[in-house]
Write a protein that binds this ligand. Structure first.
Ligand SMILES: Cc1cc2nc3c(=O)[nH]c(=O)nc-3n(C[C@H](O)[C@H](O)[C@H](O)COP(=O)(O)O)c2cc1C
Length: 181
């Protein structure tokens, strides 16, 4: 485990799609699930995580999930308990809060993975029924995201740069200008 400065981890954060053939030891996968579970969530018991390291399921994932363009040996599947979410958050909670929950968990994984030597790729380009079937999610658990996990190759291809996030100051359309001090 490497102690990383948070700002450093944020700066280095990237998605990985090329991994070594090494399996991820179960305790390390469990640590990743812990990091995802520790992310903020609107209410308890809504987020569900399936930890997948069965090579057969991983091979099928590559076949049935179009966005799963990686040789990762493991993945986490994050799902939302829609029944519980509706009970404790209401309709708007299901629509909005649960999506924020999932994003928070993804952010934790991208940062925490670096401290245990793992790379990840957040993947959502697939049809929900495919993920439901793949890991046998019951109908009340919505498949939200699959996160590929593995050990990064020594010289990974460069990550894309230049994704833009506009910053506005007080009102939308007034550009934030960085001061010199
Ligand atoms: C909501 C979401 C969905 C994504 N879906 C996919 C996907 O289906 N397949 C994939 O390879 N990458 C996917 N990505 C990763 C993005 O393509 C990646 O973050 C982007 O190219 C920027 O690269 P970087 O994260 O390395 O900076 C997804 C990322 C997010 C946040």
């Amino acid at each position: 485990m490497t102690n990383l400065d948070v700002a450093d981890a944020i700066r280095r954060r990237r998605m990985h799609r090329e991994f070594t053939d090494d399996p991820v030891p179960p305790p390390l996968l469990h640590r990743m699930a812990w990091a995802a579970a520790r992310a903020q969530q609107a209410r308890s018991g809504i987020r569900n995580i399936v930890i997948v390291d069965d090579p057969h399921i991983m091979a099928t994932a590559r076949q049935v999930l179009p966005g799963f363009l990686t040789n990762a040996p493991a993945m986490l599947v994050l799902g939302t308990d829609l029944v519980r979410a509706e009970q404790v958050l209401g309709r708007r909670g299901v629509e909005v809060a649960t999506r924020i929950d999932v994003g928070a968990a993804c952010a934790h994984l991208a940062l925490f993975g670096q401290s245990v030597g793992l790379g990840i790729c957040t993947i959502t380009s697939w049809a929900e029924p495919a993920v439901q079937t793949l890991v046998e999610l019951p109908p009340h658990i919505r498949a939200d995201v699959t996160i590929a996990v593995g050990f990064v190759t020594p010289e990974p291809p460069p990550a894309p740069r230049g994704f833009k996030t506009p910053l506005h100051h007080n009102r939308f359309g007034t550009e934030w200008e960085e001061s010199d001090d």
